[in-house]
Design a protein around this ligand. Structure first.
Ligand code: ADP
Ligand code: ZN
Length: 800
């Protein structure tokens, strides 16, 4: 009797459906197998979800099987179904991140010789091919083609398959590793000659290259503060050359790792480890929230938990928001568990990712440290998932769909496998903290920052002192500059003492809002409690959630002064001001404009850590777990920019980023202080920051969320409608929103908008957002056909 299988097909159009196929009698198909199936006129990739489903009369036969067993783990199949449902994404797209990297490429075709066969009736070509394969047992099609110089090998082999002499097999090819090339600058002539030809402006460059040999272009540009075009005369004159140098990516490949033994844990650490260990041994899962300030010893707790999970014969996935900037963390894990640790992130080539995937699949590596997509690695005996800095937005996937949040995926994965989930943060997301407070998660605390005492213990160290400076006062007292007197003094003292300074500008949500320079008032949508966005052309303020709008007021509605100004300032401006104030002091600028590739990030950081500059000016990347002991002063140039991003999480986010940035100061023996400049010194997030009081922030935020039914009291789904034509975009958005309003009738759901997205025009398309808020917004979307005219983002993060 024929056997039927349910297959998730990689369709050219989005669909919620899976399809039924007949299993050929000689094919051993199991759930999780990668197959090729006929689909209309084409042959498409698919994943077998289930075998032995009810027959479907018109079902076609599975065309071919890739490899010889399931590629996708059983619990991953269940996870993919959940993803598809939760994030409203077609099933195959949800399976894609669980497949071996590069598996969308065409698989290799192999031929296998079957028995000895009667070879008498063969043509000379057929005989040649058959003998080639028979001699080797199996051979790959391309290899045969080359060896026999026979371009038609496909057709010849096919005829042998029909005769029953050969069988076809398919296997995934390892994608070629492309070396990661970084442009370097090299001196082509002697230093003496170069100096003569370089002129005074580039003398420094020549000196640097003569002393240190070829250097990465990005490093040269940022160190000497020149642009690439400034080098053109030297390039054209043959004094220097630009060349691509391969740079290895796997941080574990480069270094020798000394084995390290664990320190004696503090009582708080011991208590946390005890609770986690107990759950691991019980094997019944559970989620822990480890709330501990930066440097409180969370990583030691993770390490101890992993030790236990390995002892139990299981494995661990450790998620970090951004691996490339924190190689020290990777080293600590590798040093503790030599030979068991591997890394997985987008900085690896496809070939390297492929190797890591298979090493994990085969159980050769049982500890993986990686960025969000590492949650999908095929660890069979999973016991533990650790998510460090669980509040970080980097855990939310944007493109391609599914637009998942790794925290939620980790939770579901742990539920499916009865694994333990440990979430760690100094500044937990409001949602996670709420769960911990209401008993859904177990709350563990590490209340003190630690400094190693030089032996094997640790001493408690103070957190850096945070001062909030009122910029309105500065203005009243005649200081029109971007630095307060307080910050200028502190910088001067630090630079005098040979210490380092970080200046931070939070530019997330670059949409501009209005703020009153006199009283600090920010015009805000009364319905959504997010700052209105300035739309100059229309002369209006618009709420990017609900589209409520008002005329730009001529005077501040709160104090009546003519002092409303749009907020916005760049890092470049800050850098210029530093140069004016402290001539001769070297600064480095670090933001997305300077550097696109993470290797360049590392170089800027290394240069700063080595003391090649005294001041580092940067954006939110500064919040990412850096250890810079020479930094004693951190200045937040204008905290307000982050506080009023058009998003209901802006206060939470601003607090998190600022607390992390504050954590950068005072990591060395000299301690440190943080100076936060603002026009709104009474803002709850800044008050909480000044006292390192996360609880205060939480109380404020949770009350607001409850009133407005924001997460965790309701869910959000954001739909983005876009079209190249302005009118069509608007019409589509309006009709979809009224359709959704219809469907929301009688349910605890609000449909907001359409409101302009930010940016409104992207890649030639006009974009509108529709937001659904309330209980289970998925229910009114699940039976809409998936569409290419709009995208759905469940639990969106970030500016509207
Ligand atoms: P977090 O992960 O919370 O930022 P870490 O685990 O990195 O904190 O700990 C901060 C510093 O304190 C590190 O240098 C670490 O080696 C050290 N440390 C942590 N726990 C101990 C301990 N029990 N004894 C000695 N040093 C410790
Ligand atoms: Zn609104």
């Amino acid at each position: 009797m024929a056997v039927y299988a349910e297959v998730a097909v990689n369709c050219p159009f989005p669909t919620w459906q899976t399809f039924t196929y007949r299993v050929p009698p000689d094919m051993e198909v199991r759930p999780g197998c990668l197959v090729y199936v006929p689909f209309g006129p084409r042959i498409l990739q698919g994943v077998v979800m289930e075998v032995g489903v009810p027959p479907y009369p018109e079902a076609k036969e599975i065309h071919s099987l890739v490899g010889d067993g399931p590629l996708i783990l059983a619990h991953h199949l269940a996870l993919a179904r959940w993803l598809s449902h939760r994030y409203l994404t077609p099933l195959f797209q949800c399976l894609a991140p669980m497949m071996p990297p590069g598996s969308q490429q065409k698989p290799l075709t192999y031929f296998v010789a079957l028995g000895d066969g009667p070879a008498d009736a063969l043509s000379p070509r057929q005989r040649q091919v058959w003998e080639y394969v028979r001699a080797r047992g199996r051979a790959e099609a391309e290899e045969i083609k080359k060896a026999l110089r026979m371009p038609q090998v496909g057709a010849v082999a096919a005829s042998l398959v029909r005769k029953g002499l050969l069988a076809r097999r398919y296997e995934l090819a390892r994608p070629r590793a492309r070396p990661h090339l970084v442009p370097h600058v090299r001196l082509l002539v002697s230093a003496h000659e170069a100096h003569q030809r370089a002129g005074s402006r580039l003398a420094e460059l020549v000196g640097l290259l003569a002393e240190r040999g070829p250097l990465p272009l990005a490093e040269v540009c940022s160190l000497l503060r020149v642009k690439r075009r400034h080098l053109r005369p030297l390039l054209e004159g043959g004094v220097i050359a630009l060349e691509e140098v391969p740079v290895p990516r796997d941080p574990l490949a480069e270094v020798q790792i000394p084995q390290a033994s664990p320190p004696t844990l503090t009582p708080h650490q011991r208590e946390a480890v005890r609770a986690i260990t107990e759950a691991l041994r019980a094997g019944s899962g559970g989620t822990f929230l480890l709330h501990g300030v930066t440097g409180s010893g969370k990583t030691e707790v993770y390490l101890a938990a992993i030790e236990e999970v390995l002892r139990l014969g299981k494995g661990a996935i450790v998620l970090v928001p951004e691996i490339s900037l924190t190689p020290q963390t990777v080293m600590r894990f590798a040093a503790r568990f030599p030979g068991q640790v591997t890394v997985f992130h987008s900085g690896l080539s496809l070939g390297e990712q492929f190797d890591v995937w298979h090493a994990v699949r085969r159980g050769e590596r049982r500890v993986v440290i990686g960025t969000r997509s590492a949650i999908f690695l095929p660890m069979d005996a999973l016991g533990l998932v650790v998510m460090d800095e669980e509040h970080e937005w980097a855990y939310k996937q944007q493109e391609p769909p599914p637009r998942y949040h790794a925290r939620l995926v980790a939770q579901e994965l742990c539920r499916l496998t009865s694994s333990v989930l440990v979430l760690g943060s100094a500044t937990p997301s409001i949602e996670s903290y709420h769960k911990a407070r209401t008993g859904v998660y177990h709350l563990l605390r590490l209340p003190h920052r630690l400094h190693p005492d030089g032996r094997r213990g640790a001493v408690v160290a103070p957190l850096p002192q945070v001062e909030v400076v009122d910029m309105r006062r500065e203005l009243q007292e005649g200081n029109r500059g971007i630095f307060s007197r307080r910050l200028k003094e502190a910088m001067a003292e630090a630079l005098e003492a040979g210490e380092q300074v970080i200046l931070f500008l939070n530019r997330r949500g670059a949409a501009s809002f209005l703020e009153c320079f006199a009283c600090g008032h920010v015009p805000t949508c009364p319905g959504c409690q997010v700052a209105y966005v300035v739309h100059r052309v229309e002369g209006r303020l618009i709420c990017h959630h609900c589209n409520r709008s008002r005329r730009i007021p001529p005077r501040c509605p709160a104090c009546g002064e003519d002092a409303l100004r749009p907020m916005g300032m760049g890092t470049q401006r800050v850098e210029e001001e530093v140069s004016k104030l402290f001539p001769g002091v070297r600064t480095l600028r670090w933001d997305r404009d300077v550097t696109r590739h993470w290797a360049a990030h590392r170089r800027i950081l290394d240069a700063f850590a080595k003391g090649e500059a005294q001041v580092l000016v940067g954006t939110q990347m500064l919040a990412k777990g850096l250890h810079l002991p020479q930094v004693t002063v951190t200045g937040v140039v204008l905290a307000d920019i982050g506080l009023y991003a058009p998003d209901f999480r802006s206060s939470e986010r601003a607090f998190q980023v600022l607390e992390q940035v504050a954590g950068r100061a005072g990591r060395g023996p000299r301690g440190g202080r943080v100076i936060v400049q603002t026009y709104r010194p009474t803002h709850p997030a800044l008050q909480a920051l000044a006292h390192h009081d996360y609880e205060a922030l939480y109380r404020q935020e949770i009350a607001l969320r409850q009133t407005l039914r924001y997460p965790p009291f309701g869910e959000l789904v954001r739909i983005t409608v876009s079209h190249p034509n302005f009118r069509a975009a608007q019409a589509l958005a309006t009709s979809l929103s009224s359709r959704l309003r219809q469907r929301a009738l009688g349910r605890p759901l609000d449909v907001l908008g359409p409101a302009p997205a930010h940016p409104f025009r992207l890649r030639g398309r006009y974009r509108w957002h529709i937001t659904i808020k309330g209980e289970e917004p998925n229910t009114i979307l699940a039976d809409l056909p998936p569409s290419q005219g709009w995208t759905v983002d469940v639990d969106p993060m970030g500016g509207a």
